[in-house]
Design a protein around this ligand. Sequence first.
Ligand code: ATP
Ligand code: MG
Length: 217
Amino acid sequence: MTWQIVLLGPPGAGKGTHAKILSDRYRIPHISTGDILRSQIQQETSLGKHAKSFIDNGKLVPDELVVEMMKTRLQDPDVRHGFILDGFPRTVEQARALDEILSIKKMPLSLVLEFDTSEDVIVDRLSGRWSCSNCGANYHVRNIPPAKEGICDRCGQPLVQRKDDEPETVRERLRVYRDQTAPLIEFYEKRKLLRVVSGDLDVGPLQEELAQSMKCL
Ligand code: ATP
Ligand code: MG
């Protein structure tokens, strides 16, 4: 049996952090659209150049571009064993496109985990966040400090603060989440795929909650 999981929730909910832990534990790939887009920007590809201004302003990258990118990624051989999607879908249009891709692959979604998270927690997490410039691992000055300041525990590369974590941009990302992404909660609820977990919890307790949710599969 393979697991096809979607993590849904506002920026700063901890999707990336938990996706990495689940990916190691269940040996299925963690596919983060944010990480892929940032790496495209770093490599200065045409997709990266196109996406940059949207991301820097806290807007969504247009659906066509993200859907095309994910169509390609979901053809990779590692996806045969299932996957954890982090940051996709982010609009109803993207969710419909994902359905189509997965129905051709005969790999329907197993579960959508919604990280229900309060706004105060989000702002605190994003303002203290440092991410690895190489592997995308996330840290937090207080909650998840790296063993060595400014250096990634996983791969030894320098940590950076994301430009879109500036307070003004965070507010825009939250607005975009409410308008464009939150409708997916009802979309997946109707299909009986949704399970809600508390994104406000610390990493350890939330992992426990996620493990419980995954047991039911
Ligand atoms: P966090 O990583 O803390 O959960 P986030 O979800 O806002 O925060 P990313 O998933 O890294 O951050 O995405 C960063 C930016 O990349 C988004 O603000 C958006 O501009 C773009 N992006 C990522 N995924 C998508 C998507 N599915 N559709 C459109 N744009 C996307
Ligand atoms: Mg993320």
